[in-house]
Design a protein around this ligand. Structure first.
Ligand code: TYC
Length: 134
């Protein structure tokens, strides 16, 4: 049985996430190794070069209406901050207009941003959460 090399481009019609690509590459390597172990075929491959996923910065923005304790509860609940750290970030946003909640891989940053938007909307507060690359 022959498989494409781990470096081969797979013709797919959908776009793959960073994680899907890594899983695909690892699966191809595993199949190549299984083949060579059973003695049926030897596939040359380069050493694995899996890079770290790019991180996205997630920020909260200030507004005049969202209560401070709600922002603290968001920082604790969505961003797993301690009460002291959550209060520090909330005050940073309140005094300077924005504050960093953390750096996360794209899908995690998106999920946290959506979670903040949903909770704020649910409570009727105008709290805004944004993400930036790097
Ligand atoms: N400025 C808000 C107030 O005075 C508090 C606040 C802090 C709102 C941080 C949003 O991201 C925010 N109630």
């Amino acid at each position: 049985m022959s498989y494409p090399s781990p470096q081969a481009k797979i013709p797919v019609s959908c776009s793959l996430s960073h994680y899907d690509e890594i899983v695909l590459q690892e699966s191809l390597k595993f199949m190549a190794e299984s083949d060579s172990e059973s003695g049926t075929k030897t596939i040359q491959r380069e050493k694995s070069k899996v890079s770290e996923p790019p991180l996205y910065k997630v920020l909260l923005l200030n507004d005049d209406y969202t209560p401070m304790d709600f922002v603290v509860s968001i920082l604790e609940g969505v961003f797993q901050k301690t009460p002291a750290e959550a209060t520090r970030i909330m005050l940073q946003v309140h005094n300077n207009g924005s504050g960093v909640c953390g750096f996360y891989p794209k899908e995690i940053a998106e999920a946290k941003t959506v979670a903040v938007d949903q909770r704020a909307k649910q409570e009727g507060f105008p709290l805004k959460c944004v993400m930036e690359q790097g």
